[in-house]
Design a protein around this ligand. Sequence first.
Ligand SMILES: Cc1ncc(COP(=O)(O)O)c(C=O)c1O
Length: 377
Amino acid sequence: MKENLIKLAKEHGTPLFILDHAKIRENFQTFKKNLPNVQAYYAVKANSNQEIIKTLFNEGASFDVASYNEFMQIYNQIKTFKKAEKDFFIWDKIIFSNTIKDKDTLRKIKKYKPLVTYDNADEVDKIKENCETAGLVLRLKVPDTGSQVEMSSKFGAEPSDAAGLIKRVFDSGLAVEGLSFHVGSQCTNFDNYAVALQITAEIFNEARKKGYNLKIVDIGGGFPAAYDSNVPRFERLAEVIESEIKRLFPADIEIIAEPGRFMVATAAVLVSEIIGKAVRNGKIFYHINDGVYHTFSGIVYDHWIPNFQPFKSGETEVCAVVGPTCDSFDKISLSEQLPRNLQIGDYLYTENIGAYSTASSTKFNGFEGAIILHINQ
Ligand SMILES: Cc1ncc(COP(=O)(O)O)c(C=O)c1O
């Protein structure tokens, strides 16, 4: 593998973000195999590269979009479909999972009869006024204890408000299609899913008793990527989810999920290059040509912990690895165990960097960000 990475870096230049589509397909199939009753909507936000969308589209994935632009990225894949097929695809395979949508977006998607989430009363009124064709999914606030990225401080209706929010939708002449939650991203505490399903089931079953025909249970994202051997196995989580759903819900529900990170995190490796070397306060600083404003943006937005591997061996010590911009905030890691003999022009590689990385990269200081190379497409 190492020789191949060096070869590709020499051929294409650095920083080089190598995206392995065979791994994306494998992740999708692993998800499907372990959760056969769950329709997987890839959360485009994790990595919105159009080639990823194409690969997952060809595998038969559905899609979770956060904005009109993400919606159009999926629409691009189906624009040649006949009207009836297109309408079916949009209704069955796309969900707008952002609980807050601006009026303009709602007006633009009205003609498509979209499935959209909400978590508050003002949103119901806004949807009614600007997109009355929509089907609604109520997002609930659930525990996200221990997840790498929490969600519940910004999203989700209090379970105690759910009945009122469901009634409000039906009273306004719209329909609630189902309930959703998100247990936080990179959720390694599987109890979060068990508790969320319990909360959701109580509200779901109560609503059905009142005659509201809810159909969908959306278990969100959060499925942990196997960054290292400490991450509990997805297969075990799948067992928890399957058995809890069977125990708590009627058999006729549709279960959907919005996995983002799980599909793409392990599908990319980044090769960066050392462009400067300095000793600061007695510590070696390797300055590389990628940083926190670029492919390592997940350190800021995703609480991601980076990893670096050298291609050369040598006696190691604790070093800093920092980005190329003039901002002193652009420090990727202050504690990497790396050989002290690395030189300008040497490469480093970083594994499992496919999710929430290039997606939030900027062009700060005029640096373009990594070259993206697709393999095994
Ligand atoms: C509503 C929603 N669904 C799904 C996801 C994807 O989550 P993950 O990457 O943890 O699977 C996110 C991530 O922010 C989200 O906000």
